[in-house]
Design a protein around this ligand. Structure first.
Ligand code: PLP
Length: 401
C-alpha cells in the first residue's frame, strides 16, 4: 500500500486541460481554441524569423558560456525590458527609480511581485477584475495576499462595467493593491478607453491604491508596442509608484522559454535599490536565478535597431491576422443569419473573443463539432484560420438556434 494512497486526483487546469481533451480527440476536424497561443494560417505554431536569427547569432558566438546569471537575471535584458514598457524617454528610468528583475515569464513575474508585496507592503489585499485570467487568484492567494474582485465586465453590453469598476475601486480600502491588465484584457477582450484609464488613474491615486499591471500582450493587441503600453505609461507619468509584470510569451512567441520581467517603479532611486535587494531574497530560494537562453534572445533583438524593426513588423503581422479573423468570423455569422448581435467579436481586443456562449453551448460545440474552448465561452482567435472559420461559425450557429 502506497503512503500516497489517500491522494485524490486533482482536476485538470481549466485552460491547459482543454488541450489535454483536444489531444485525445481523434476527429480530423477538431479545433483547439482553448490555450492562448498564436497559430499561422496553416494552424502551426510560429517561431519568428527574428528569433531564429537571434538564436543563430547566439549559437555562433563561441565566447558565450552557460554560467549562472545573477539572481536578478541578465542586466541588459532588464534594462531593455524597462525601456520597452515605459518608453525610451521615461523620466522614471532616467532617474533610476525603476528596478527590473528577470523572472519566469509573466506568471513568475506576478508571483515574485506578489511575494514581495506580501512581505513588505502594509496592505495585503489585492483587487482583481471580475472576470480575469484564471491563474491570477491562485498566484496571489499562494503568495500570501488576500484576493478581492472589482466589477469589470457587463454581460448585458458585452463591454466594460465602468460605473461598477469605479464604485468598487472607490470603496476599496486605502492603499489596496489593484491588478490591471495593461491591454487586451483576458478573457473579455474589453479594455478601458484612454479617457477611462485617466479616470481610473485619478481615482486610484486619490485613494493611494497601488497599481500592479499585468502586461502579457504588449504589441499583440493593436500591433503597436507603444499604443499597448499607454495605460502603464499614464500611471508612471504622474510620478507615482507601480508594479509591472511583463511577458514575452505572446509578443515574441517565446512561450516555452519562460522570459519575463518584473519592474517596480519607486519614488526615489534609493527606495528602488532597496526594493531590488529584497526582490533578490524572494527569488533566491524560489528559483535561484532565471534561465539565460530566452533572455539572451530578447536582448539580442531589442538592442539592435534592425532586428527590433524586423520584430515590430512580424508582431504587427500576428496582430493583424488575429484582427482579420475577428472580421471573418463576424461576417460568417452574419452570412448564416445567426441570431443575436455579434458585433462584440470585432470590437474586442487581443487574442481572445469572449463570445457570450454559456457552458452548455460550449459543451455542445465540443461534443458535436469537436471545437475545444474554455467553458466560459472564451475562444482564442489566434487559433483560427480562414479554413476553420466556417466550421466554427456553423458550430456557433447550431449552438444558439
Ligand atoms: N497574464 C495574462 C493575463 C495572461 O493571459 C497570461 C498568459 O496567458 C499571462 C499573464 C502569463 O503567461 P506567461 O506566464 O506564459 O508569460
Amino acid at each position: 500500500e502506497s503512503v500516497f494512497s489517500h491522494v485524490v486526483r486533482a482536476p485538470e487546469d481549466p485552460i491547459l486541460g482543454v488541450t489535454v481533451a483536444y489531444n485525445k480527440d481523434p476527429s480530423p476536424v477538431k479545433l483547439n481554441l482553448g490555450v492562448g497561443a498564436y497559430r499561422t494560417e496553416e494552424g502551426k505554431p510560429l517561431v519568428l524569423n527574428v528569433v531564429r536569427k537571434a538564436e543563430q547569432m547566439l549559437v555562433n558566438d563561441r565566447s558565450r558560456v552557460k554560467e549562472y546569471l545573477p539572481i536578478v537575471g541578465l542586466a541588459e535584458f532588464n534594462k531593455l525590458s524597462a525601456k520597452l514598457i515605459f518608453g525610451a524617454d521615461s523620466p522614471a528610468i532616467r532617474e533610476n527609480r525603476v528596478t527590473t528583475v528577470q523572472c519566469l515569464s509573466g506568471t513568475g513575474s506576478l508571483r515574485v511581485g506578489a511575494e514581495f508585496l506580501a512581505r513588505h507592503y502594509h496592505q495585503r489585499t489585492i483587487y482583481i477584475p471580475q472576470p480575469t485570467w484564471g491563474n491570477h487568484p491562485k498566484i496571489f492567494t499562494l503568495s500570501g495576499l488576500s484576493v478581492k474582485t472589482y466589477r469589470y465586465y457587463d454581460p448585458a453590453t458585452r463591454g466594460l462595467n465602468f460605473r461598477g469598476l469605479l464604485e468598487d475601486l472607490g470603496s476599496a480600502p486605502s492603499g489596496a493593491i489593484v491588478l490591471l491588465h495593461a491591454c487586451a484584457h483576458n478573457p473579455t477582450g474589453v479594455d478601458p478607453t484612454l479617457q477611462q484609464w485617466e479616470q481610473i488613474r485619478r481615482l486610484m491615486r486619490s485613494k493611494a491604491l497601488l497599481p500592479f499591471f499585468d502586461s502579457a500582450y504588449q504589441g499583440f493587441a493593436s500591433g503597436n508596442l507603444d499604443a499597448d503600453a499607454q495605460s502603464v505609461r499614464m500611471f508612471v507619468a504622474d510620478g507615482g509608484e507601480c508594479f509591472v509584470a511583463q511577458s514575452y510569451a505572446k509578443n515574441m512567441g517565446l512561450y516555452g522559454e519562460r522570459v519575463g520581467a518584473l519592474s517596480v517603479v519607486c519614488k526615489t532611486a534609493d527606495v528602488a535599490s532597496r526594493v531590488e535587494s529584497q526582490l533578490k531574497l524572494v527569488i533566491r530560494p524560489m528559483f535561484s536565478n532565471p534561465p539565460i537562453h530566452g533572455a539572451s534572445i530578447v536582448a539580442t533583438v531589442l538592442k539592435d535597431r534592425n532586428m527590433y524593426n524586423e520584430w515590430t513588423i512580424e508582431l504587427k503581422a500576428m496582430a493583424d491576422r488575429i484582427i482579420s479573423m475577428r472580421q471573418q468570423l463576424f461576417d460568417a455569422l452574419r452570412a448564416r443569419g445567426t441570431p443575436g448581435d455579434w458585433s462584440h467579436i470585432i470590437k474586442q481586443i487581443g487574442m481572445f473573443t469572449f463570445t457570450g456562449l454559456n457552458s452548455e453551448q460550449v459543451a455542445f460545440m465540443t461534443r458535436e463539432y469537436h471545437i475545444y474552448m474554455t467553458s466560459d465561452g472564451r475562444i482564442s482567435m489566434a487559433g483560427l484560420s480562414s479554413k476553420t472559420v466556417p466550421h466554427l461559425a456553423d458550430a456557433i450557429h447550431a449552438a444558439v438556434t
